[in-house]
Design a protein around this ligand. Sequence first.
Ligand SMILES: CC(C)(COP(=O)(O)OP(=O)(O)OC[C@H]1O[C@@H](n2cnc3c(N)ncnc32)[C@H](O)[C@@H]1OP(=O)(O)O)[C@@H](O)C(=O)NCCC(=O)NCCS
Length: 179
Amino acid sequence: MTESTNGRALIRQASAADARALAEVHVLSWQAAYRGLLADSYLAGLASDLERRVAFLDQAIRSGGRDIRVAELDGAVVGWSSFGRSRDEDALAGTGELYSLYLAPQAWSRGIGRDLWQCSRQHLHAAGFLRVTLWALDGNQRALRFYRAAGFRPERQGSRVFEEGGTAFPVTRYQLRLA
Ligand SMILES: CC(C)(COP(=O)(O)OP(=O)(O)OC[C@H]1O[C@@H](n2cnc3c(N)ncnc32)[C@H](O)[C@@H]1OP(=O)(O)O)[C@@H](O)C(=O)NCCC(=O)NCCS
């Protein structure tokens, strides 16, 4: 189902056929955005993890467990977002979460991230969520500038360090009121 098209990108719901393209965008986006923030060896290793991501996304799309929107430009998937109920144990009732927002580097700074976010925001609002949170890697200046411009603010005491496979991810939770 097409949700919006504005001359920049077409925003639509993900289908299972998109799983591989979504995983590829995810990896390319991380490798470009997190260069200098995470170890080069970790970022290079993401490519060998591609099939696991494809399988995860395929299952997520088929199960309908989370909302996923895709940005398509000239027939190619260039970005995606996913969102739903907050996964955080300490979340208040009525808290939604933007789980992911990733664009392939060649699609950055063309307003496509904003379109994906606007679509995600509308759906979260329509679903009755009062606020939305997201976790962002500290130092990811492009994303932090983007979220700040969208109205997100860091939460007081919202900083954590997640650990995965020996890599530390210093992150901060940001919040925006929808109501
Ligand atoms: C962060 C991210 C999602 C933002 O998406 P984006 O498409 O680059 O953002 P937008 O183009 O909508 O807005 C960014 C800039 O483009 C400008 N812009 C907006 N519409 C535009 C248009 N039609 N043409 C040109 N520029 C435009 C905005 O004013 C903004 O300017 P600024 O950042 O220089 O102040 C994207 O860069 C990305 O995927 N980054 C890597 C992954 C990542 O870090 N994700 C977040 C994880 S928490």
